[in-house]
Design a binder for this molecule. Structure first.
Ligand code: FMN
Length: 650
């Protein structure tokens, strides 16, 4: 068994946390002492530096576009000597308002549902999928969905309340800020949500498009859709509706500069999974309408309201209100589970979208900051990865696939609402809490895209919530095990698309053993690669953040990268990040469901991660890190209820 060096990195004094100033001093962030790591030596230059000029392009992708995306990805890597380009300090006077409002659009209040947080079952029973209040238990959703609820103002209210609403306000006395059910890098929340639905009694008397306002937990009516359009009867099963997402890059770029485009897309993935889980609680299934193109999405959500943003050729600062536009990401169809036999005619849908421009759109978007900074590469990259309408993208819904169960008793018997609304990022991990091996394996089983398919390989996304996504899994996990009882500390690998196993084995260090760990369920493609204490290593790789080493385990999400962009097209670039966000959301929820916590880690040193794994080139790239463990609660921060909250935009 190869061993990982324990003294791989030394934590530099005054290493900055993610939320603090990210600008490192090169003297502080030295490359590790290579003498200490004979087994895995580093090169000071990036081993996996991408060749952005000569791109081999066996697929359908436009080589110039592929080059651009690879350039963006390379340019926004953090390294030991240099963080990706961003602001040198935070311009607090121009911190973007986290709440987009459509001024003068009619506000349709949603219901605030009773909080069931005290209704935990005393003795969680694997026989019952509900608690005594008839609320579905979190873990039960992975086996089967409850019967579908009707489409009413109450069920729509619950969907938003349990996915994208505020979940708390926090205050230190000096400053007060809101937190949401969905997480967001830096709590900046670039993701906006829309609902496009048929008439719903007591909400709207005709089909409509509305923007979700989380602070008010209300819908802002953007437009009524004339009944003659017959959008819902023509295209979708009865009781279906659409949820669309858009991103305001400026919110994230204000703090993170050029790397912000990546974070916005992680956040989209988290929001997708948040909606899928809340929908599952209501017996609804969710699937991305992947055939829709950028233009159709823009029309559907009424985002034509924003003037065309002219991308400057270099970073600029000033009053640039147009930069606050919303970039349409995707739209999901939400429908009663079990309704699998329907098709979507994208060509007809496109024609209908043409007519959306003529709707009577209400509301004027509020201004989020007085002054702005434009990191041009974000906008040029977003432009390059815009997906056109793909009419031949056959829409299909596969039967629900249950996830594997090896340790149901690991779950604490919480309801879905308790888990999703209590989810919180750990600011610190205690460095002590350990989970047992069965609990770890159980969490890993819920990370698999295809669910429990003992005879078939992991590949297709059929299990909750991955089934929202229409492509085969492209994201794996390289795991640093720190505190899992019964599992040796070390580096492990979860293969989420077993078609990649051969390629992965060839791509990583040849000394890795690829052995199934003891007690590992047969249908869990988890492999031990090397033994050793990786706490310092994991911290070092995650921008020296202690949370990466002080939890039970942390991980890097390794995507099948350039081949996916090359063979499936460059618009897979944001989608790979969405996939990591969906997986990240499951990790958050799993951690809470077993009584611990988690934190997404967007700040990590890209190529050093690749060097540890032995990856060269851009076939595989680590896109997102995560840590799961026992949290330390900061008692200086007070919690206030989400609603009614203070009347501030924070
Ligand atoms: C994409 C993404 C990246 C993140 N990166 C980090 C990170 O590097 N370090 C960290 O401490 N927290 C990180 N977080 C956690 C956020 O700061 C946290 O979600 C946010 O403050 C909101 O708090 P909440 O998750 O408790 O709602 C990340 C979250 C997301 C979604």
């Amino acid at each position: 068994m190869p061993h990982l060096s324990t003294s791989f990195y030394s934590r530099p004094p005054n290493a900055n946390r993610f939320h603090l100033n990210l600008r490192p001093s090169t003297s502080v962030l030295r490359l590790p002492n290579r003498k200490l790591i004979p087994a895995m030596s580093f090169s000071s230059s990036s081993a996996s530096k991408m060749n952005t000029r000569q791109v081999k392009n066996p697929g359908t992708t436009d080589p110039r576009k592929l080059s651009h995306v690879l350039k963006y990805h390379d340019q926004t890597k953090h390294s030991f000597t240099k963080y990706a380009r961003g602001p040198h300090g935070l311009d607090w006077a121009n911190q973007p308002n986290p709440f987009r409002r459509y001024i003068s659009a009619p506000l349709l209040p949603l219901m605030h549902l009773p909080n069931r947080t005290d209704h935990r079952t005393q003795t969680p029973s694997s026989l019952s999928n509900y608690n005594h209040d008839n609320a579905p238990l979190y873990s039960s959703l992975f086996t089967s969905l409850p019967p579908p609820q009707p489409l009413t103002v109450s069920s729509i209210s619950q969907l938003f309340y349990d996915s994208l609403a505020l979940s708390a306000w926090k205050t230190t006395g000096y400053s007060t800020w809101s937190l949401r059910v969905n997480p967001s890098s830096g709590n900046l929340h670039p993701t906006e949500a829309y609902i496009i639905a048929p008439a719903i009694e007591s909400l709207c008397d005709s089909p409509f498009v509305a923007h979700y306002a989380p602070k008010e937990h209300a819908l802002e009516l953007r437009a009524k859709i004339p009944s003659r359009f017959d959008l819902f009867n023509n295209f979708f099963p009865k009781n279906s509706f659409l949820v669309g997402f858009s991103s305001i890059f400026w919110r994230e770029a204000w703090k993170y500069g050029e790397r912000a485009f990546r974070y916005c897309n992680h956040d989209v993935g988290h929001a997708i999974a948040a909606v899928a889980m809340a929908a599952a609680e209501l017996g609804w299934d969710v699937k991305i309408l992947e055939g829709m193109g950028y233009k159709e999405l823009k029309k559907l959500m009424g985002l034509d309201i924003f003037p065309e943003f002219v991308i400057p050729s270099k970073p600029i600062k000033g009053k640039i209100p147009e930069i606050e536009f919303e970039h349409p990401d995707c739209v999901l169809v939400v429908f009663p589970s079990g309704a699998t036999g329907f098709d979507v005619n994208y060509e007809k849908l496109r024609l209908l979208m043409e007519e959306f421009s003529a709707l009577d759109w209400k509301g004027k978007p509020n201004l989020l900051s007085k002054e702005h900074f434009c990191w041009d590469i974000i906008y040029s990259t977003a432009e390059v990865v815009k997906k056109p309408l793909t009419i031949r993208n056959a829409f299909s819904v596969d039967p629900f696939s249950s996830s594997g169960v090896c340790s149901e008793s690991s779950y604490k018997g919480f309801t879905v609402r308790e888990v999703v609304r209590k989810r919180r990022s750990a600011v610190d991990m205690d460095g002590v809490t350990a989970i047992d091996r069965e609990t770890f394996y159980q969490i890993m089983l819920h990370c698999l895209p295809s669910g429990s398919r003992s005879r078939e390989k992991q590949k297709r996304q059929l299990a909750l919530p991955y089934r929202v996504l229409s492509w085969d899994a492209e994201v794996h996990a390289a795991l640093f095990i720190h505190r899992v009882k019964g599992l040796p500390k070390g580096l492990y690998f979860l293969v989420r698309n077993e078609d990649h196993l051969g390629e992965l084995k060839k791509a990583v260090r040849s000394g890795f053993v690829w052995e199934k760990p003891e007690g590992c369920p047969r249908d869990l493609p988890l492999y031990e690669l090397a033994r050793g204490d990786c706490q310092q290593l994991a911290k070092g790789l995650s921008c020296h953040q202690d949370i990466a080493g002080d939890g039970c385990f942390s991980l890097g999400m390794v995507a099948h990268f350039e081949p996916t962009l090359s063979n499936k097209n460059v618009w897979m670039y944001p989608r790979l990040f969405w996939e990591t966000g969906v997986l990240g959301q499951v990790l958050y929820l799993e951690a809470h469901a077993v009584g611990i916590s988690a934190t997404g880690i967007g700040c990590f040193f890209d190529d050093p991660v690749h060097e540890v794994l032995g990856l060269t080139g851009s076939k595989f790239q680590s896109l997102y890190h995560f840590t799961v463990g026992g949290p330390v609660v900061d008692r200086r921060i007070m919690s206030l209820p989400a609603y009614p909250g203070p009347n501030i935009d924070a």
